[in-house]
Design a protein around this ligand. Sequence first.
Ligand code: C2E
Ligand code: MG
Ligand code: MG
Ligand code: MG
Length: 292
Amino acid sequence: QAKAAGRRTFMRYDDNMDVAVRQRATLSSALRKVLDRGELRLVFQPRLSLATSRVTGVEALLRWSSPEHGDIPPNDFIPLAEESGLILEIGEWVLREACLVLGRWRQHGLDALTVSVNVSVLQLLRGDFPDVVRRVLADTGIPPGLLELELTESVLMANAEQTAAKLHAFRQLGVALAIDDFGTGYSSLAYLKRLPITTIKIDKAFVDGLPNDTEDAAITSTVIAMGHSLGLNVVAEGVETEAQMRFLAGRGCDEIQGFWVAQPLDALQCLAFIRNWRPDTPARPAPVRVAT
Ligand code: C2E
Ligand code: MG
Ligand code: MG
Ligand code: MG
């Protein structure tokens, strides 16, 4: 169908540069209208505590379904939204929508659940971003401690001075701060010392090889231990198997996120998932936390 074809040919720089450039331009202009046309939505992926086997929070992930171009993954359209500056508007929509959804869930008694929102560098560099966050929290009635902002290493390295000031402002608000995709950027351990981060999310690339790949095992074990000695909450991303979960539980990793727990779900499905989740759900035996 047209949908699949649009998706397949998008951004194939390798075989035809002109087509790729033209499609980028078309997609950028389509992106300009997405907010007005309601083509964006959020899905939510649960995060599980390995100590308690409970769902502690969710990550909000953006989805774009375009009538002309089909479903476009965020890794494809977020760079375009960043280039055009649209990410500012889109990012604010994501933040507000994520807090509105959490607010609805809280009325169902999920009052300790957290929501994590991905933040791009343009949003962070914007002068008034802490005010934007403060306003959204006030408007939606979400306690600041239940919001976590996920930042990538590249975000943290860009304009280090300004970034540090912003992050301190967020911590003063009580908002949690995670480093996303940890280990994949231009890692400098210096920022772990300098910046008021609360959480490290170990990238899926390192989780993939667990438990047998000796390098991945060494890296994840070391990051967990280092994170803990710095007083940070350590989350593993992209956990797809029970064997990966058991390895991480054995190393004392605090939380996991990934298809083994659940795929990203729409708001209603995710609410049902969390409400039906039992720590002793037979299909997924309660993870054991081995003392290390
Ligand atoms: P991320 O923040 O690291 O999100 C994790 C990605 O891994 C998500 O892809 C999620 O669907 C996927 N994932 C989770 N568990 C598994 C698993 O077990 N196996 C596999 N194969 N994949 C898993 P998604 O939703 O396509 O998002 C990709 C990236 O796009 C995100 O990576 C994030 O960097 C960016 N993104 C998504 N939503 C937003 C947003 O609202 N704002 C910004 N600035 N970036 C966003
Ligand atoms: Mg993330
Ligand atoms: Mg990530
Ligand atoms: Mg990623």
